[in-house]
Write a protein that binds this ligand. Sequence first.
Ligand code: UD1
Length: 364
Amino acid sequence: MTEILCVVGARPNFMKIAPIMAAFAAQPIATKLVHTGQHYDPAMSDSFFDQLGIPRPDVNLEVGSASHAVQTADIMRAFEPVLDVEKPRAVLVVGDVNSTIACALVAAKKGVKVIHVEAGLRSQDRTMPEEINRVLTDQISDLLYTTERSALANLLREGIAEERVQFVGNVMIDTLRAHLERAVPVAKTLGVKPARGHAVVTLHRPSNVDDPATLRRLLETLATIANAVDVVFPIHPRTRAAAERHGLAGLLAAPGIRLLPPQGYLEMLGLMVEATLVLTDSGGLQEETTALGVPCITVRENTERPITISEGTNTLTGPNPEKILACFREILASGGKRGRLPENWDGHAAKRIAAHLRVWLDSI
Ligand code: UD1
């Protein structure tokens, strides 16, 4: 009998599910894994299963890319028959991608309990597709595991009962700590000179890459940064396509910019741990840089992960070139924010979830 049906779909889910699957096996909790296929390129998906030792998915829904509506609907249609066959006691979803809300919604409508890991994060920006996914998933979850204490206040404000919320810490940091020693020194392979230093850049949010004027300003800013440090830029397929579509591919070839395909987890870790700074619009990288003590410039106006600002190494600049460059110069001059490790980002969050869930499953 499957007790918990776990769901993953997109790249940021994989590092979250890895320690959860391991902790469930150890507890033991009978688990199966469904991959929706939201991300399907080997570099965006398979490499994470290999490097993080995630068991092969029991089911792959193979939905692929589409508009938000079509992608979410395709996942829902494909997930429902899986639930009918597996009849799990609960469905566990992680993070805030379309696969998260799609599978949570199917489960809730069928009366199957929903467990959300990384609950309660809020950017308060409903133009972000992920914010919609977060708010809705939390509303229909029976059990909500949070990564930072600020999440509880967000959930209470939305009328969610406190008994359903458990502060367990950050499973993504479990994965980071477990794999740090195996990080691959990519910068060395690329011939980046340690004395010059490097910035690791990732950009993929629609708000930064879909509008040609914003994307142009950001790429020009990267070219300026590349005058002082090497810029290592593993580029998301969406960003590469947008640059080509808008005739901006030339800016990606500026001196000092090293363009790479999407990197594996251990390669990304290797790039970040040795970086002078990280410049990103990702959610996960804001947390990983805080855990590593590496300064992070976040090219967004808001963050759903405020602890990375108050305790960590993160600074918000928006896509504003003056603010980005001012923050960059400050990092070069002073080394930037060093921060401290947030509470319960100690490598044991998944074990706390498994222990709590075992008791919960035995009580329902
Ligand atoms: C998704 C998540 C986002 C997360 C990001 C990490 C949602 C709403 N967004 O955004 O929160 O930060 O993943 O990468 O779920 N593509 C490929 N190969 C793939 C997957 C995608 O080429 O394996 C291309 C396709 O052109 C696709 C585009 O990337 O249309 C966007 O993919 P999609 O899954 O819709 O969203 P992401 O932008 O990746």
